[in-house]
Every structure is written in structure tokens, then in C-alpha cells.
Design a protein. Sequence first.
Length: 117
Amino acid sequence: VQLVESGGGLVQPGGSLRLSCAASGVTFNRYAMSWYRQAPGTERELVAVITSVGGRTNYADSVKGRFTISKDNGKNTVYLQMNNLKPEDTAVYYCRADRIFSDSVYWGQGTQVTVSS
């Protein structure tokens, strides 16, 4: 199983970015997909999750109304659209895959998002 994130970068406050996570070696609709982030000196925190079937979503309170998680089962890719970015969104963003009815968990290598003027 391999998860490869892309789309990070430097953006000004109020700007937007879209992160992508391409998954290989998985049957995509058997995994819940999520995005986590970790800022320096802090613990990794859940940002958003999308279920394996049905595509139900849930978000951290800090990003509700600004971030949107989605997925394309045909492309085995999950996205995180981030709008109205704030400096406190600066972190390394990680993609995670949780196989349903299993303890198997997989992580990507992370992509840096920096929000600064």
C-alpha cells in the first residue's frame, strides 16, 4: 500500500490550496480516508475524514466551513480543498487510509502547507 500526497506549498492568508492523495495497492472503497496535520511541537490531529461507502464526511471544528474532503474512487485519490487559509493552518498534512473491519492503517509521507504573508 502506498499513499502519495501532493499539492502543498506556500500561500497567503485567505488563499486556497487543494491537496491530493493518490493511493495504490488498495481497494479504495474498502478504506476510510482521512487527512491529518501536525504543526511543529504539536501532536498530529485529525482534520477531515470520508467514509469508505457512502462518502459521509466529518471535520475538525477548526476547519468546518473552510475545508472540504472528497474522493474519486475511479482514480483512487482523495482530496482536501482548503479555502480561506489561516496562519494556524500551517502544518505538515498527512493522508491516512484505514481498512474497514481491520486494524490496518497506512500513512503517506506528508506535504507541507505554509500560510504566511
